[in-house]
Design a protein around this ligand. Structure first.
Ligand SMILES: Cc1cc2nc3c(=O)[nH]c(=O)nc-3n(C[C@H](O)[C@H](O)[C@H](O)COP(=O)(O)OP(=O)(O)OC[C@H]3O[C@@H](n4cnc5c(N)ncnc54)[C@H](O)[C@@H]3O)c2cc1C
Length: 415
């Protein structure tokens, strides 16, 4: 006999476990399936998050260390740096976050099944979908959910099964963890330019235990991300005067860029990377995925209570998350397009133009890793030199408008 369930959540990442906890808390039955044997593994993330993630999780148990500043290197290795008095971001144990959130979902009543894959949707009858899963021994297992939530990451099989369009771009990424690394333990480093990472950037992130996470995400121009990673590693070894060796883990993954035109269909919602709810300027998706998962759960709870899981009813989810993040994503995509057109010389000029102490203070005052277009706007306003380097269209972009990033209570904000 097939098991009836209100909601089937595919994927026990941060988005899946967040949506599952909130639907279960409302009293609906929830099954979460995770294809890997252990939630949180393999880790596929640099684990740099804002205070908002800790707030959404309601815990700091997985925080490794706080970060107060950043140094951004241009292609010719000139750099800009800023440092705040208070923590601006947190380096987390990413597996720890996933495990914590899955436990929270289980405590709320969700059933978590590991080593279980979403396979296919076989049909719909009696207000339910017929879904085929693959259990731990490869056996077919059937469930009959009223709603499926695809939280299954960048390569979402749920999105494919429901013929929902995929992201505009998927940037290949390569990262390794090193148990020992010199460098400032409170500052992240970012590397720009075609040499290190065309299309996005390379990073060095202190791990809070004397080591670092080093990675790149770069345009898929045929060159494997690994090649850019090796180049960055070579540079870091020279910079620190000691080779980075004995990597404890490697990860190869992809970052979806460009939100989908639609993240719902009849009896289905997509959340997190499956919905490409990722910040286009940084590739970070934990905060946005978790927050959109909360919104998805709220819409799901109402729809389940009314037993109206039609496309029209679930369209409310698209409306809600786009009203929170749509404008930021649109602006960030615009800036990203501009960024990808800059030559290495242009990037060096931008880095030089940002080197004034006054602009560093602006970054400290307005820098917000979840809403980066806000600080970009302030910088462009304050630095006419920068504007001269960029196309005229940017002038219109910085002109006064109603859009504002949500306040974070940075004590040193100047306005
Ligand atoms: C190199 C790299 C570094 C990153 N660094 C950061 C960072 O510092 N900060 C940040 O905010 N974001 C970062 N991100 C992005 C972040 O990792 C993602 O946005 C985030 O993990 C998305 O969460 P999610 O729950 O949507 O998906 P995921 O975390 O990808 O979880 C999806 C889950 O679904 C499971 N799954 C997939 N298919 C199936 C199936 N058919 N059946 C069952 N289970 C399935 C997977 O095993 C996985 O556990 C980084 C990404 C990469 C690639």
């Amino acid at each position: 006999m097939d098991a009836d369930v209100d909601a089937l959540v595919v994927g026990a990442g941060p988005a899946g476990s967040t949506v599952a906890a909130r639907i279960a808390t409302a009293g609906h039955s929830v099954v979460v399936v995770e294809e890997h044997p252990r939630v949180g593994f393999p880790v596929q993330c640099a684990g740099l998050v804002s205070q908002r993630v800790l707030d959404l999780a309601g815990s700091t148990s997985f925080v490794r260390t706080a970060v107060r500043g950043a140094r951004v290197f241009g292609p010719s290795l000139e750099s800009i740096a800023f440092r705040a008095d208070e923590p601006r971001a947190f380096v987390i144990d990413r597996a720890g976050l996933d495990i914590y959130l899955a436990d929270r979902a289980a405590r709320a009543g969700a059933e978590i099944r590991t080593s279980t894959r979403f396979d296919a949707v076989e049909g719909e009858s009696d207000h339910r979908l017929a879904v085929r899963l693959r259990g731990p021994d490869g056996e077919a297992v059937r469930v009959r959910p009223r709603l499926v939530v695809g939280a299954d990451g960048v390569a979402s099989g749920v999105a494919r099964a429901f013929r929902l369009r995929r992201p505009v771009e998927v940037l290949p990424a390569f990262e390794a963890e090193f148990p020992v690394s010199p460098g400032d333990p409170e500052v992240v480093e970012v590397y720009l330019g075609r040499k290190f990472a065309p299309g996005l950037f390379g990073w060095w992130i202190p791990d809070g235990a004397g080591g670092a996470r080093v990675g790149v995400a770069a345009d898929a121009d045929g060159t494997p991300a690994r090649q850019y990673f090796d180049r960055l590693l070579e540079f870091l070894s020279r910079r620190f005067g000691a080779p980075l060796t004995r990597a404890t883990s490697y990860l190869v993954s992809g970052i979806p860029i460009g939100a989908l035109p639609r993240t719902h269909a009849r009896r289905v919602l997509l959340v997190g990377d499956a919905a490409a709810q990722v910040k286009p300027l940084s590739g970070g998706g934990i905060f946005t995925g978790m927050r959109c998962a909360e919104l998805a759960a709220d819409v799901a709870n109402q729809a389940l209570a009314r037993d109206d899981l039609s496309e029209t009813s679930l369209a409310e989810y698209d409306r809600r998350w786009r009203s929170e993040f749509g404008e930021e994503f649109r602006r960030a995509l615009y800036l990203r397009r501009l960024f990808t057109r800059l030559s290495d010389d242009d990037l060096d000029r931008v880095v030089r133009a940002l080197q004034g102490a006054h602009l560093a203070a602006t970054i400290v005052a307005f820098g917000d890793i979840d809403f980066p277009t806000h600080v970009a706007r302030e910088l462009l306003r304050e630095s006419p030199g920068l504007l001269r380097l960029l196309p005229k269209a940017v002038g219109a972009w910085v002109s006064p408008g109603s859009y504002r990033a949500p306040e974070l209570d940075f004590r040193s904000r100047r306005k």
